[in-house]
Ligand binder design. Sequence first.
Ligand SMILES: *Cc1c(COP(=O)(O)O)cnc(C)c1O
Length: 403
Amino acid sequence: MENKEQIMEQAEEAVLHTYNRYPVVLDHGEGVYLYDTEGKKYLDFAAGIAVQALGYHYPGYDEALKAQIDKLMHTSNLYYNEPAAEAAEKLVKASGMSKVFFTNSGTEAIEGALKAARKYAYAKGRKDTYEIIAMNHSFHGRSMGALSVTGNEHYQEPFRPLVGGIRFADYNDLESVKAQFSEHTCAVILETVQGEGGIYPASEEFLKGVKALCEEHDALLILDEIQCGMGRTGHFFAWQEYGVKPNIMTCAKALGCGVPVGAFVLDEKTAAASLAPGDHGTTYGGNPFVCAAVSKVLDIFEQDQIVEHVQKVGAYLEEKLDVLVRKYDFIAERRGRGLIQGLEIQGRPVNEIVLKSLEEGLLVITAGSNVLRLVPPLVITEAHVDEMAEKLERAFAQLSAEQ
Ligand SMILES: *Cc1c(COP(=O)(O)O)cnc(C)c1O
């Protein structure tokens, strides 16, 4: 087998350098642990960026995928396939929404959601109702449409001109959303919990207020649940905690627990008067292989009560992190819900903490410029939370020893 340095060099030689990667070559996973090519073990509190909700090799998951490989990998959306029909039905049931369109990624789910919103207004004959209100510090993906609603100057700047008709407001500031609303507004898009921007949950007042504004103007509410959905907050979808149902919801990341799949899901009113045959399509999206994964994931969530488990272990994680917040001056605060948590770090480079954690055998990631992000597999136990806290404290100790 190639050694670590060789693999890193080979990658840097041939793979376009769009990531400053951590110096680790991951090889295999088991449960909530990952192992690198040198056999070093890591407790995984990153989960492939909130993807591996069930960890690695969850009972029944691999078998379901292998069985589908033996049957049929791909057909085309020109024909029906059973896994897609089943997966869509289960997603409709879990969300209480109406119709699903499967995509290959999160950013494509956003593209579809934006198109569905514009088509909804267009279909009603309101042809100059096309503006979309998005939030500052949001993240919705890297393709042109998704980038256009991502409120991050650094990500947007080199790629202008972007999609037109987008206005930005401040998250959790209802007045600023109101100020952008007009008869031209067709939709508001926001993350129920801002992820990449630094782990900011929406306030109840804000979310309810935005929903009311949308209803008043017959604009659509698009909630991006790509990171915070699929049980992560202790609710199947984060918006369920607020009782604010979106007109369009986007999913991806944990939806397939490791296979590339996303979805946008429409409520009844939007599904009835939006995208129609010829308006949208995809070659791979919703193919039998990825949908067999989605279908199995949704079965496991129900049978093994994954969401209920997150409520319990999430509460324990919050307690444990609050102890750290009180103990270390450089942790300004904890933000999050359930198993999407952020620690805001002051006066120390958060990337150093990530690197020291890596040395201690703990995978954590960052969000924004100064937030340590914890998005572990949803199947972690309290013992894993304790182990994480010990490793993190050892990483902190190394930092202060050097300073
Ligand atoms: C990751 C993410 C996306 C983009 O998903 P990709 O699969 O990387 O395209 C969009 N929105 C949110 C909230 C995300 O966390």
